[in-house]
Design a protein around this ligand. Structure first.
Ligand code: SAH
Length: 337
């Protein structure tokens, strides 16, 4: 049986049509769940009892559980227990312009990026769309807040869970649902080229971020196994196609690793690679993990200046959650650190 939070509005409408009911009932259910936050089907007062009973027999309506919370001033990290007792984390960040959430997309991750703690646990399974929707619903309820932007940058490679991610985005973006504007949704990928191509064809106005992290294959090969499958020229070629098809600016993520990818030559090489593309580079201060092989670079300002001078749009990622291991690449899928 499917969880009711796993359905797009169109699917709920189709469901009502299939049971000879009016299509707009789908919208009504959506409004109960996502606008009134009424999770007890018996209280859906504009739906008659017979249909409510049918809904209850056709759909599950159960929740993931908050297992643990940790917080510092601007960040709260949640550890969730899923129905099958797997664990994932999500992080909420409080900005002056609103609240954002970083959601996980898989239990574990198979991409194996050498510097990332989340990849230490191999992928156990994909998250269902409802398990991603619920990270938002549970945190909003727990803190009595509304979330205004979503980054899919937690544990997992979202494009390795493509169908569920698209479903998740449709659900949270729906105008009768949680109403998170597509421009406030960012999907970050390590560079699964065929899926970027598919994404480009969808009429979604979301932001795409690509984890590049190196200006050449020599360096990227040592950091990210995915580069052996889709190397830099293939990836950048695809990003160019994506820019042509969508006309939407792409973010290039670049984590600054001491003595690995942070020289000024690396900056110049990166500038050359990205010259003329409608992208901006987001430099990420490295958050050290238990594996001591990588260190935070202290050349980030000089790297920034070099890119700027070379005419590349560049920003430095503001840091959140470093005190509670809630920062990029520090999320884990288990209780035991
Ligand atoms: N799998 C997706 C999304 C998850 S990671 C991806 O690869 O893009 C989100 C971002 O954090 C990625 O750019 C990732 O490379 C980066 N990251 C991973 N570990 C990090 C760390 N320890 N410090 C800073 N950034 C890190």
């Amino acid at each position: 049986m499917r969880n009711i939070f796993d359905l797009t509005k169109e699917e709920l409408e189709d469901y009502f049509i299939s049971i000879n009911e009016k299509k707009f009932k789908g919208t009504q259910v959506y409004e109960w769940l996502y606008q009134k936050r009424e999770f007890n089907i018996d209280n859906f007062s504009n739906i008659k009892k017979e249909i409510r009973d049918k809904l209850k027999s056709d759909f599950r309506i159960d929740f993931i559980k908050i297992e643990k919370k940790q917080e510092d001033k601007l960040t709260k990290k949640y550890l969730f227990r899923l129905l099958d007792n797997e664990f994932i984390e999500a992080v909420v960040m409080f900005h002056d312009y609103g609240n954002s959430i970083c959601v996980s997309s898989q239990v574990g991750c198979n991409m194996g990026c050498k510097f990332c703690a989340s990849g230490k646990l191999k992928k156990v399974r994909n998250l269902e769309a409802y398990e991603m929707v619920m990270q938002i619903l549970m945190i909003e309820k727990d803190l009595d807040i509304r979330i205004s932007s979503v980054v899919i940058m937690g544990i997992g490679e979202p494009l390795d869970n493509y169908d569920n991610i698209i479903r998740f985005i449709k659900i949270i973006n729906d105008s009768k649902g949680i109403q998170i504007g597509a421009r406030h949704i960012t999907l970050s990928t390590c560079g699964l080229v065929p899926k970027i191509k598919e994404l480009a064809k969808l009429p979604l106005q979301i932001n795409l971020a690509v984890s590049l992290h190196a200006p050449n294959d020599l360096i990227r090969d040592t950091l990210m196994p995915v580069n052996k499958v889709y190397n830099i020229s293939t990836l950048i070629g695809e990003v160019k196609d994506y820019l042509t098809v969508t006309s939407r600016r792409v973010t290039i993520e670049y984590v600054m690793l001491d003595n690995v990818n942070d020289s000024l030559d690396n900056a110049l090489e990166l500038a050359k690679l990205l010259k003329g593309m409608n992208v901006y580079v987001n430099l990420i201060p490295y958050n050290e993990t238990n594996s001591k092989s990588f260190r935070r670079s202290n050349k980030i300002m000089a790297f920034y200046d070099t890119l700027k001078k070379a005419g590349i749009n560049v920003t430095i990622r503001k840091e959140f959650g470093t005190n509670i291991d809630a920062a990029c690449g520090q999320l884990r899928g288990s209780m035991n650190k």
